[in-house]
Write a protein that binds this ligand. Structure first.
Ligand code: SAH
Length: 384
């Protein structure tokens, strides 16, 4: 068992890695409580000891079994012989002038995805990826230009939280001092196309005796996989965000091709049925502001009609450019006018300040160099 580095390596030089090391130890990260119990029962760790182990993994953030002093030494040794607590490797760490941090993560098979930490006055949000690449091909999204490589595993999703907590150094920090108070599934990929792993990861992240981020502070964002919205509502119960971006099927078909499968009316019906909605718990509709495409006052009015009667809020997202993007961001005036119309109709519509644009960490700018079928990872090209 080797001790892990707690912090991002200071150099930003991509390391040459890695196909899984032959004989590498299996990771304990990502098992549910029941799976963990079944896994370690053969070495005699049972009952309250499983609970202690869980506490070490997800409350204390242990990276070394030797540190688990509440477990008897033979147990610690047995665990260290068999398992690892490794987080995803950090292939590159960048910090924006606004304090946003982006990590390019490299998994044991060499594939890469990004996670972003956005510190704010009153909270700090970790934006987590659910897939390497994406199948959706939304026209305005950089990730959409990258084909789906694969789903992330439960451990790889949870690992993003662990790694971020390591990096900001806040294991066991009291809630009031946390820098990572919120989680958004708004990184690379469509979380509802990796439903099982995302659901399992969120259950670990929400567990009260571990990372303990409440469902009220977690938001799952989807381009609109209608059948899975219903399941997520029943089984996970986190906040829901919908990447809407257009108010007619003709335009949405073009911007978010998934709309051809699940058109706006079906999507809205699933939203209305989402459990637990109230004025205190509203669905967020994300609306990227594209110059001359979806930013007219008539669009704002149509949006109001679409949302009528639903506890909803709208996030107006100024389009974040990326190399070769086929759109421009709406003018400040157009965005303001759009927001004013929404506000006059009673919809809070904060204009989301872009964060981390200089390091391509803002919404829709994430992309890794991972390619399908590549036997081992080539060094990542700089993304900013
Ligand atoms: N697949 C999920 C999760 C990604 S969330 C989803 O579509 O919701 C990322 C958010 O950023 C989505 O709302 C997406 O539509 C938005 N986005 C994508 N590209 C963008 C860009 N270039 N500028 C601003 N927002 C963008």
């Amino acid at each position: 068992m080797k001790a892990m580095d707690d912090l991002a390596p200071p150099d930003t030089t991509p390391r040459d890695t890695t196909t899984p090391t032959p004989g590498a130890l299996a990771s304990l990260i990502g098992l549910s409580r029941a799976e963990l119990a079944a896994e370690v029962a053969p070495i005699g760790i049972e009952g309250y000891r499983v609970r202690q182990l869980w506490h070490w993994l997800y409350h204390r953030g242990a990276t070394d079994f030797r540190a688990m002093t509440s477990l008897a030494k033979p147990f610690r040794l047995a665990l260290a012989e068999r398992y690892s607590l490794d987080r995803p490797a950090i292939a590159r760490a960048q910090t924006s002038i606004d304090g946003t941090r982006k990590w390019l993560l490299r998994f044991t098979d060499g594939q890469e995805a990004e996670a972003v930490h956005i510190p704010e006055e009153e909270r700090g949000t970790l934006c987590v990826s659910s897939q390497v690449g994406c199948t959706l091909t939304c026209r305005f999204c950089h990730t959409g230009t990258q084909r789906l490589v694969r789903n992330l595993s439960v451990g790889e999703i949870v690992g993003q939280l662990l790694l971020a907590r390591d990096a900001v150094g806040e294991w066991e920090a009291p809630q009031s001092e946390r820098q990572i108070t919120n989680v958004v599934l708004m990184g690379m990929g469509e979380p509802l196309y990796n439903y099982d792993n995302v659901a399992a990861a969120l259950h670990i992240i929400m567990d009260n005796e571990g990372i303990a981020i409440s469902r009220r502070r977690i938001t799952l964002s989807t381009a609109g996989v209608v059948p899975m919205i219903r399941r997520a509502g029943a089984e996970i119960g986190v906040n829901l965000a919908i990447s809407l971006h257009a108010v007619t099927d003709a335009l949405r078909d073009r911007l978010v091709p998934l709309n051809k499968k699940y058109p706006i009316a079906e999507l809205m019906a699933a939203c209305r049925d989402y459990p637990g909605l109230s004025n205190a718990r509203r669905i967020t509709f994300e609306y990227v502001m594209l110059k001359g495409v979806n930013d007219a006052p008539a669009d704002a009015l149509a949006l109001v009609r679409l949302l009528a009667g639903m506890p909803a809020k709208v996030n107006l997202i100024p389009f974040n450019p990326w190399p070769g993007a086929p759109f421009e961001c709406s003018s400040g005036n157009a965005i303001q006018r759009f927001g004013d119309i929404m506000a006059a109709e009673g919809y809070a519509s904060p204009i989301r300040a872009p964060r981390g644009r200089d390091i391509l960490a803002a919404c829709g700018q994430l992309k890794s160099e991972s390619v399908k079928g590549r036997p081992s990872a080539a060094p990542a090209a700089p993304t900013a």
